[in-house]
Design a protein around this ligand. Structure first.
Ligand SMILES: Nc1ncnc2c1ncn2[C@@H]1O[C@H](COP(=O)(O)OP(=O)(O)OP(=O)(O)O)[C@@H](O)[C@H]1O
Ligand SMILES: [Mg+2]
Length: 330
């Protein structure tokens, strides 16, 4: 463990998670799983016929970041748009069941984004996506502005979870940036390179290596190029820090006027890396909102990510698991 990191400070921050509220804004999605059996090939076309046994749903996209925060015991307000349809109703109900405050979700005319996986004998047969790029404007933008104003006043930190489905645009970022500036709270962004310019003025961004390379135009092959890429993103977007996640290689944090701070992965066993990025930004935000320095919050995020990649599926870590993992560090 890095000698600059005080385990007690991390544990105390995690213990304070229940008193923390984070606003998560981004593209909301519903992940649907249709589980069934295949016993024959269709007479209509050379495709398997799946007989459905059960259907399950999970929170996806930005809603999965909110799920991570709740799993750690934090309070979470979810912000974004969803359709006025059955999937939207299911998404909001599922979020409420998880204790997520959906007060900052606004209905719009588009369909709720749903990704349906049809799974037979433990294998995905096909994925069916229903989505429409949206650009909140007019009344929807006005409603979002109103609900964000209220939500930010209750939040210790704001996360923008961008999946480039249209929710995060210049207008929405502008509203969040101005409101957060007024309340002096940080805005953390999990970015998509195609939307890079939109994030100007964000406090911190958490791209993975590929995203950081695309955003900076610098190919990342070692610590030196990682540092250069993070520094360029930071400068271009006037951010205070960039945290680049490096999959099996852990992460690297670059802050203004500081050298690269690297953290090796904590994962002992790796089963499923899906959603690890969501865990990183959720945990980092919780750490920052509880007074941790960025380096400490990055450590915490790396610990939580190490836990979730050791579980199957889009998993989360809870505060007990995180405290246990901190105490196990030598
Ligand atoms: N294969 C792995 N082995 C060990 N740790 C991993 C692995 N993959 C991810 N992690 C942990 O999870 C963190 C985030 O992973 P990664 O860099 O893959 O993010 P990402 O690409 O944004 O993920 P996502 O698919 O959720 O968007 C890493 O910093 C690391 O701590
Ligand atoms: Mg990611």
């Amino acid at each position: 463990m890095n000698s600059n990191i005080d385990k007690n400070r991390l544990v105390n921050a995690v213990r304070a998670f229940p008193e923390t509220t984070i606003l998560v804004v981004g593209d909301l999605m519903l992940d649907r799983f249709v589980w069934g059996e295949v016993s024959r090939i269709s007479p209509e076309a050379p495709v398997p016929v799946v007989e459905v046994q059960k259907e399950t749903i999970l929170l996806g996209g930005a809603a999965n970041v909110a799920n991570n925060i709740r799993a750690m015991g934090g309070g979470c307000i979810l912000g974004g748009v969803c359709g006025n349809d059955d999937a939207g109703t299911s998404l909001l109900a599922l979020a409420s069941d998880r204790g997520i405050d959906t007060g900052a979700v606004v209905n719009d005319a588009g369909p709720t984004t749903v990704k349906t996986r049809i799974i037979a004998r433990g294998q995905q047969v096909v994925r069916v996506d229903r989505e429409e790029k949206r650009k909140p404007g007019g009344d929807v933008l006005k409603s979002l502005s109103d609900v964000f104003l209220e939500a930010v006043s209750r939040a210790g930190c704001v996360i923008v979870s961008d999946y480039a489905k249209g929710m995060i645009n210049h207008d929405v970022m502008g509203i969040l940036r101005d409101t957060c500036q007024r309340h002096a709270i940080p805005v953390l962004v999990d970015p998509k390179p195609s939307n890079m310019d939109i994030y100007l003025g964000a406090t911190m961004l958490t791209p993975n290596s590929l995203e950081a390379a695309a955003m900076s135009g610098i190919e990342i092959s070692d610590d030196e190029t990682l540092f250069l890429a993070a520094s360029r993103i930071m400068k271009n977007l006037d951010a205070s820090a960039v945290l680049i996640t490096r999959g099996p290689h852990g992460m690297g944090l670059v802050q203004k006027q500081q050298p690269l701070f690297t953290i090796p992965t904590m994962a002992r066993e790796v089963f499923d890396v899906t959603g690890a990025g969501d865990t990183v930004i959720a945990t980092f935000a919780m750490g920052i909102a509880n007074g941790l320095e960025m380096q400490e919050a990055a450590w915490l995020a790396n610990i939580a990510a190490g836990i979730v990649v050791g579980k199957v599926g889009t998993a989360t870590a809870d505060s007990h698991e995180i405290i246990q993992a901190i105490n196990a560090l030598s």
